[in-house]
Design a binder for this molecule. Structure first.
Ligand SMILES: [Zn+2]
Length: 408
């Protein structure tokens, strides 16, 4: 059954703050209606004030502010961004009256600039990716007051905050290490499922550097590690999660580079690079948010160009032109629709979807083809356990439903 989510999710009624260890609380910024990939906000109490790490999103920030005040009784002196993604930073706007220093890696600044320049595009793709209507931004970005290049350290009260630059899901990550409490905040570099190494809508991710970041985490021997959707307080478990991810990053990167050197193109890589059983079956790498194919696309995009070693793909005509040629050769749309139905019957849903494009690339308002596409997308979505791909199927299924509802 496809999960249907309507409109803008409401904020949760209350925050479930959890004490991680002495002087550290965290709260998960779950957004109602979303079933994966939330962020954690943490706050640390010191003798001289509070430090908030990733102040959450615009829905939860006021509740977080109240919780920090109630829990610590202190002013927020510092905010740290683990990276610039909105679910980690947007809530900073709620704290500006306390005039905290805002610490982040230097790459956060061009990223926030880009978010402003591309706001419409980003709202559009996030509305597809997360399957809800992203409202216009309510607050201005709160830019860092202090940035750094490789490492940064400050102390407040009796605690040290040591930041290390890292790359992975983004190029602007900070690992935040608090040695007195043996606690590390990892942002989205530490996740409970398959890492977000590739996103069909968005900029590059960095697998090789991500592996290095997780090596760094292990080298610090933390007792507590807070990630994007996970809090780990067991060293053995942390080691298992990090090592599975590190092995995955190396496997995928090495496989794409090897295949490229062997003259293979992206299509061949997507077919041939399959995860070995230990990675495929790892409970730490379930493909519930991102997936193998998105990661391979991402690595290819990072190291290679778009050319697929077929001369026809160097300067291709718009797809609608070839579809028009093929459609004309077939002569009857019913034959195309019958073939698509046959493919659906045999479970080849993706091929059925592409077959329908022979009609839809030339005639997007073709009702029988849209009706059949809607059925295919429903089946794809119902069978897909990966949030990002499932939400794409659902987005276009709903577009088909709206179109079909106004047809005679
Ligand atoms: Zn992120």
């Amino acid at each position: 059954m496809v999960e249907r989510k309507e409109g803008i999710p409401l904020q949760p009624d209350k925050l479930d703050a959890v004490k991680v260890t002495r002087d550290i609380w965290v709260v998960q910024n779950s957004v109602l209606g979303q079933d994966a990939h939330t962020s954690y906000t943490g706050w640390v109490t010191t003798a001289e004030g509070a430090v908030v790490i990733d102040p959450g999103n615009f829905r939860t920030c006021q509740m977080i502010k109240d919780a920090v005040a109630k829990d610590t009784g202190k002013t927020v002196r510092y905010i740290i961004y683990t990276h610039a993604h909105g679910d980690h930073t947007a809530g900073a706007a709620a704290f500006t009256d306390q005039r905290p220093k805002v610490i982040a890696h230097e790459n956060v600044i061009p990223r926030l600039d880009r978010y402003t320049a591309m706001e419409k595009y980003i709202r559009r793709i996030n509305s597809i990716q997360f399957h809800f209507d992203i409202p216009p931004r309510r607050f201005h970005h709160v830019y860092p007051t202090d940035i750094y290049h490789d490492e940064f350290e400050f102390t407040l009260g009796n605690k040290t905050f040591r930041l290390f630059h890292a790359m992975g899901e983004t190029d602007d990550h900070s690992l935040v290490w608090i040695p007195e409490l043996k606690t590390i905040f990892c942002g989205d570099l530490l996740e409970s499922s398959f890492p977000n190494l590739g996103n069909p809508f968005k900029v590059l991710r960095y697998g090789r550097e991500w592996a290095l970041a997780l090596e760094k985490v292990l080298s610090l021997e933390p007792e507590y590690a807070i990630g994007g959707d996970i809090v780990i307080s067991d060293r053995q478990r942390l080691r298992e999660v990090c090592e599975d991810n590190i092995e995955l990053f190396h496997f995928l990167e090495n496989s794409v580079i090897k295949a490229a050197n062997e003259g293979k193109n992206l299509e061949q890589m997507l077919e041939e690079i399959q995860l070995p059983p230990d990675l495929l079956n790892s409970p730490n790498l379930k493909q519930v948010y991102s997936r193998r194919e998105f990661a391979i696309y991402n690595i290819w995009r990072r190291y290679c160009g778009y050319f697929d070693f077929s001369p026809s793909s160097l300067l291709p005509r718009p797809k609608r032109e070839l579809a028009g040629v093929v459609r004309g050769l077939i002569g009857k749309d019913e034959a195309i629709l019958d073939k698509a139905r046959e493919l659906i019957q045999s479970g080849k849903l993706q091929l059925a979807l592409e077959t329908l494009d022979i009609i839809l690339k030339t005639d997007y308002e073709n009702v029988p083809a849209r009706r059949l596409r809607c059925d295919i997308l429903l089946k794809l979505a119902a069978a897909d356990t990966c949030l990002m791909s499932r939400n794409v199927w659902v987005h276009y299924m709903e577009e088909d439903e709206r179109f079909l509802a106004v047809q005679k």
